[in-house]
Design a protein around this ligand. Sequence first.
Ligand SMILES: [Zn+2]
Ligand SMILES: [Zn+2]
Length: 148
Amino acid sequence: MRAEEMLQTLVAHGYRLTEPRQALLEVIACRPGWFSVRELSEDLGQKKIRVGRATIFRTLNLLVDLGLLERVRGANEVEGYVVTGAGEHHHHLICSRCGRVEELPECPVAERLAELAAERQFQVVSHNLEVYGVCIQCLRQESLEQEK
Ligand SMILES: [Zn+2]
Ligand SMILES: [Zn+2]
């Protein structure tokens, strides 16, 4: 999702586009994968954009409420965010090294889960599954470093 789409969604819901908010959205939209508040702050620092911590947290919460961001735990259980992609229900492959996030196009567990739940007469409302590992780029990087 691009910054413009995020901005439009905010406006459509009656939110004002303050300057810090706008700057924040642009930085968020540029991020390729998973990020924590710390990484976001570092990005802002590099671009010399000054946004208070309270504004950062308020904006992140707002974006989650509007469905533009998802709260996803990264490696080591660190609280973080991912820009929401297309489709309603999906799962993520999250690289523990670089934070890259890939979306799985379909749910790999829904059917089996429904079966197992039905056996226990349990009615499933929702489920959540994040997959952690190492992405192809990081694996390649690693094997290059080993060859040296
Ligand atoms: Zn990686
Ligand atoms: Zn699923």
